[in-house]
Ligand binder design. Structure first.
Ligand SMILES: NC(=O)c1ccc[n+]([C@@H]2O[C@H](COP(=O)([O-])OP(=O)(O)OC[C@H]3O[C@@H](n4cnc5c(N)ncnc54)[C@H](OP(=O)(O)O)[C@@H]3O)[C@@H](O)[C@H]2O)c1
Length: 339
C-alpha cells in the first residue's frame, strides 16, 4: 500500500483533496496528514478515521522531513511559499537510504506568471498572453528560473529526476465550495463579493480588462488524485520538466467578474444598483482586501493540455459564473451575521 503524506489538510485546497481522496481511495493508500491545531486534528480523526493525523507545524523541519522520508508520495498543499518545509520534504524524499525515488506534488500559484506586471505595478489591464503547460513549457520553466524569489517553485523545478519525481501545480483562480474539514472558502471571487456588499456597490480595478483562468476546487482535487495514482503506478513522462501543470476550465476578466457579482448582489436585494460605476486603483483595492491589486489586477490565462492529454483529466464542475449566486448568498449571509 503506497504511503501518502499531505500538508494543508484543514485548508481550502488541501482539505478538499483530503475529502476527495479519503472518501474514494482510503483502501488503496495509507494517508497521513500534518495538522497543527489540536481541535482540527480531532475533527479529522473522527471524520476520516483511516487518516493518520500527525500533529505539528510546517516550521518543525525535523518532523516534516521524517514524514516525507516515510512516505512514497508527498502532497505539499499548505503553502506555495514555505521554503523550510519544502526543503524538509526534499531531504526526506531524497534520503539515500530510500529504495526508490519519492514523489512530490507541490501547489504553486499563477501569480508566478504575472511577475512582470507585479514588478511594474500594472494592474487591471488587458494581455493576450496564454501559458499552455505543453506548448509553453520552456517559457514557464525559464520564468521560474529567472525569478529566484519564487524559491519553492525553483526548489521543485531544480530537482534531479533520478532522485525525486516532482509535479508543480500552478493554481489559477480556484473557486467553488471546498468539501474539507476546515476552510471551505476560496479567496478571489468571495472577496470581490464581500467588498461589493461592504461598499454597497460594484467596483472594478482600473480598466478591469485583465483575466485569470479558473478551476473548480473539486476538479483540482481530481487532478491531484490522478497524479497520486500515476505516482503509485510509477508512470513516466509526468514529472520534473514534464511535470508542470497549469489546470484551468475557462477564464474571465475581472471586470466581467465584478459586473456579474454586482448584478447578482442586486438580484438578491443586497445592493441597490446592479451595474459597476466605481473604479478603484491599486491602493484603493489593497485597502479593502489583502493583496487585492495582485489577485484581482494581473493576468494569468493558462492552458491545461498536459493533464487533459496525459492523465485524461476532464474538468466537469460548474463554471465560475454558475457558482456566483452561491458565493454572493454566502457572503451576504456572513455580512448580515456581522451586523
Ligand atoms: N485558494 C486559491 O485560489 C489558491 C490558488 C493558487 C494557489 N493557492 C495557494 O495554495 C496554498 C493553499 O491555499 P489554500 O487556499 O488552501 O489556503 P488555506 O485555506 O489558508 O489553507 C492553508 C492550509 O495550510 C495549513 N498551514 C498553514 N501554515 C501552516 C503551518 N505553519 N503549519 C502547519 N500547517 C499550516 C493551514 O492550517 P490551519 O488550518 O491550521 O491554518 C491550512 O490547512 C496557499 O499558499 C495559496 O496561496 C491558493
Amino acid at each position: 500500500m503506497a504511503k501518502v503524506f499531505l500538508t494543508g489538510a484543514t485548508g481550502f485546497v488541501g482539505g478538499d483533496f483530503l475529502h476527495r481522496f479519503a472518501s474514494s481511495a482510503a483502501s488503496k493508500y495509507a494517508i497521513s496528514a500534518l495538522v497543527r491545531n489540536a481541535d482540527k486534528a480531532q475533527q479529522i480523526s473522527s471524520q476520516y478515521p483511516s487518516v493518520k493525523v500527525v500533529q505539528g507545524d510546517l516550521d518543525d523541519s525535523q518532523l516534516v522531513e521524517k514524514e516525507a522520508r516515510n512516505a512514497d508520495i508527498v502532497l505539499h498543499l499548505a503553502s506555495t511559499k514555505h521554503i523550510a518545509s519544502s526543503k524538509a520534504i526534499q531531504r526526506g524524499l531524497t534520503d539515500p537510504a530510500r529504495s526508490k525515488p519519492g514523489y512530490w506534488i507541490q501547489i504553486s500559484g499563477a501569480t508566478l506568471l504575472a511577475i512582470d506586471e507585479i514588478k511594474n505595478a500594472r494592474f487591471g489591464f488587458e494581455s493576450d498572453k496564454v501559458y499552455d503547460d505543453i506548448r509553453d513549457i520552456k517559457e514557464i520553466l525559464s520564468t521560474i528560473k529567472n525569478n529566484p524569489s519564487r524559491d519553492v517553485d525553483n526548489l521543485v523545478a531544480g530537482q534531479d529526476s533520478s532522485k525525486v519525481k516532482t509535479a508543480l501545480i500552478v493554481g489559477p483562480h480556484i473557486y467553488g465550495k471546498g468539501r474539507g474539514p476546515g476552510n471551505q472558502r476560496s479567496v478571489q471571487a468571495p472577496e470581490i463579493a464581500r467588498v461589493t456588499l461592504q461598499l454597497k456597490e460594484g467596483f472594478r480595478l482600473n480598466e478591469g480588462k485583465n483575466s485569470w483562468s479558473y478551476i473548480h476546487v473539486h476538479d483540482l482535487s481530481d487532478l491531484f488524485a490522478s497524479l497520486v495514482d500515476a505516482a503509485a503506478e510509477t508512470k513516466p513522462g509526468l514529472w520534473n520538466d514534464e511535470g508542470i501543470y497549469t489546470p484551468e476550465n475557462g477564464s474571465l476578466t475581472f471586470g466581467e467578474l465584478s459586473e456579474k457579482i454586482a448584478a447578482e448582489a442586486k438580484k438578491q436585494d443586497l445592493i441597490p444598483e446592479g451595474s459597476v460605476k466605481k473604479v478603484l486603483d491599486a491602493q484603493g483595492v489593497d485597502a479593502l482586501s489583502g493583496h487585492a491589486s495582485i489577485l484581482w489586477g494581473t493576468n494569468a490565462v493558462l492552458g491545461s493540455s498536459r493533464a487533459r492529454s496525459l492523465l485524461h483529466w476532464k474538468p466537469s464542475r460548474p463554471s465560475l459564473e454558475e457558482t456566483l449566486p452561491e458565493i454572493v448568498r454566502i457572503e451576504g449571509q456572513k455580512q448580515s451575521n456581522r451586523l
